[in-house]
Design a protein. Sequence first.
Length: 460
Amino acid sequence: MHAWDTVRVFSRYYFQVPPDVWVGGEVRSPGKYRTSGQAHLRDAIYLAGGASPNASLDSAQLFRTQADGTMKIFSVDLREALAGNPVNNILLEPRDRILVHRNPANVEPPTVYLKGEVAKPGRYPYAANMRVEDLVRVGGGLKRSADPEIADLTRFAAANAPSGTNQRMEVKLAAALSGDASEDVALRNGDVLTIRQIPQWTDLGATVKVRGEVQHPAAYGIEPGEKLSSVLRRCGGFTDQAYPYGAVLLRPQVGELQMTSQLELVQRIKTEETYLKSLPEADADQKSAKLTAIAQTETALQQLESTSPIGRVVIHMPSNIKNLDSFAKSSGDVTLQNGDELIIPKKTNYVMVGGQVYNPTAVSYTAGRSAKWYLSQAGGTTQIADKRAAFVIRADGSVLSAKNNSNFWSGDPMSAVLKPGDTIVVPEKAPKVSPRNWAPILQAAQVASSVALTVAYIHP
């Protein structure tokens, strides 16, 4: 070499593209970055804006694609790498991918749960110095329905704790809220504090509506467990025109159950109708029976869809109650519930006869007469009547079915002595068009719709 000669050493990246690396996860600007040359893991983190405040500095992963296409992973201590420790501050290669994780404490932060009778029950962040009083205040305080004396605290053991170490304890809530430090229990991560409801709070504001033939119809507030006889006394008893035997007690909860059953019955009838439509028509008689059966199913569906369940509860009240004291000792003195409606109808002097009879009508009541006699007064049954399926709906809501269905309802309706307000229903005979016996389904539909209609006839 000679004087004034210049020696220049080139980086290999002067002749080739510098390596690209990808940084993701808990960094300020995740993405793909091109280095200015030789770079280490710390350099790539700085290119991405550095680790975010929520980043976990205990561990990070580097994924490296080998020359043969396979991938290799390196786990490093990110804190040491950022400090420049050569063991963790790995020299990067093209297409390396770095993943920085979130701090586990921020992934699932410590929480406590507040349940029950507070303004805002829910899940709340846990603080190291949090106590029962703090959590109740955070939840907006106690509601009027809250039991101010005792609260329930459930504490779950850690995953590595011995089995059976979960704790359930009673907290003296009133003392804790008044500042008694000995009762104001310190909480832990995962604790569940339940503020209980005072007894019988759901019965607050419970009412029963009474209308019809009582001295003072109105909506009456009721106490838990109050009986029918008690409300009748508060109504002033019956009027001279009252017919207690035909009393109707409607209950919303029963109506909901009946609606569920009716929807199931409708679905069964629709399924049966689909099956009937698929049957063959080998001759004229078979075709006629098939069409008759389909028409019966459509009629049953129309009856069910036009009469919603009423939620009637069958109660047995004598037709001539002389005093409520004797009635209060009987099984008919049922316990009332919130939302019940009691209807006391006027005295009636007829028996309804409907269905497949020659003259569906109301027949004047005659004492001691049976259902068979009332059927004869309506002209008797038609040729397509199913006499064995006839049933009687008593004025009190109970049902007497035919003998062949005595497993559902008891009694022989034709020989039963009827009372004013009773109803006789004679359904249509179901034609035999298949081996399947679908007549009970139709009879159930007939009973359901008829029971609702008998209440509709009542004029309190």
